[in-house]
Design a protein around this ligand. Structure first.
Ligand code: TXA
Ligand code: MG
Length: 322
């Protein structure tokens, strides 16, 4: 789907200050040269993202962490060496040369090596760091296909590299490595247990809102439909009441679905957490396409990447307050 010529053209576009959307294993990213202040300004404008929010720098190999960080802690180095390429972002102290357009003016920087062949080919061809948030407008559902990127950003993006649907489907796990204790700022494709195993340390979890990370704002990753996180046993009653008040009701629930009133839009949710994560954002988009007003969502069991799915559903529901 993506040729060597496409990769070269995309790398050239980045060098000229352009914007390139590219697949990662988590979601599609909207990339700009992390060393080009003008390109970063355009990236923020296209995303519609407030200027003080930091973006993740994507690099091609763990060895490049030191190009962006100052004084990498042992635990962070261990995590990068063991889990990169992979769905993990490490927040470390920034090197002095890192632009404010990347850090949002703060003194830390998020770095990750994505585990996706097209992303890695692009990073190799480009050579430097690619600053990339998810390739959606601020606050919307992250894109997991090239078509989603085009639907959200249209011609505001210069090149879209297409390598099919993302394999993980939810964003990377963000680990803050700047304090005495490692802290997960956003759950994702790498579990807390794995971070603890590899680092040999206990790992904290930040819940609620963290101003510097928009993915932790109260309503984020959200479709047009109102999302309500519910228990399976409440589905029938909630759906019936909402239908009676004239709403178009959708249901997203793994495993056996109870008997629902006719007219409810049933979206397919796989039983396994990995599979649920892979299709989550596509289902939220489908709910909007099918005119759903209220989506009743049952999260998967909170194990593995199921923790991240539950987190995103609650944030889509706008209920994750500090
Ligand atoms: O999987 C991912 O991480 C995807 C793909 C494209 O790599 N990227 C992504 O980027 O989700 P974005 O910008 O949509 O979400 C990154 C989150 C934001 O909430 C941002 O504020 C936070 O990471 N972040 C970035 N740098 C940070 C830093 N230095 N300190 C704290 N949070 C940071
Ligand atoms: Mg995002």
């Amino acid at each position: 789907m993506t040729t060597d010529a496409d990769i070269s053209r995309a790398a050239e576009t980045l060098r000229r200050g352009g914007l390139v959307a590219f697949p990662t294993e988590t979601v599609y990213g909207l990339g700009a040269d992390a060393d080009d202040a003008g390109a970063l300004a355009r990236l923020y404008a296209v995303k519609g993202r407030p200027g003080e929010h930091p973006v993740i720098v994507h690099v091609g190999a763990a060895g490049q962490l030191d190009d962006w960080a100052a004084g990498v802690p042992v635990a962070a180095r261990r995590l990068g060496e063991a889990l990169w390429p992979g769905p993990l972002t490490l927040v470390v102290r920034r090197a002095a040369r890192v632009l404010d357009g990347v850090t949002g003016g703060g003194d830390t920087v998020g770095v990750r090596v994505p585990d996706q062949p097209v992303a890695l080919a692009l990073l190799r061809a480009f050579g430097g760091g690619i600053a990339a948030p998810s390739a959606n407008r601020f606050g919307h559902v992250s894109p997991t296909t090239a078509g989603d990127v085009r639907a959200d950003l249209g011609d505001d993006v210069d090149v879209v590299l297409d390598d099919g649907p993302c394999s993980v489907g939810v964003e990377s796990t963000i680990v803050d490595c700047t304090g005495d204790e490692l802290v997960i700022l956003r759950p994702g494709g790498v579990t807390r247990e794995r971070v603890e195993d590899v680092s040999g340390q206990a790992v904290g979890v930040r819940s609620g809102s963290l101003v510097r990370a928009p993915g932790t704002l109260k309503s984020h990753y959200a479709p047009e439909a109102t999302v309500l996180v519910v228990d399976r046993q409440d589905l029938t009653e909630r759906a019936t009441a909402l239908l009676a008040s004239g709403e178009c009701v959708g249901v997203l629930a793994p495993g056996p679905i109870p008997i629902l009133p006719t007219g409810v839009v049933v979206l397919d949710a796989p039983t396994g957490a990995d599979e649920y994560a892979r299709v989550l954002y596509a289902r939220l988009r489908e709910a909007d396409r099918r005119g759903v007003d209220v989506l009743l969502a049952v999260p998967p069991p909170e194990t593995g990447v199921g923790v991240a799915v539950g987190d995103r559903l609650r944030r889509a529901a706008g209920r994750e307050h500090s």
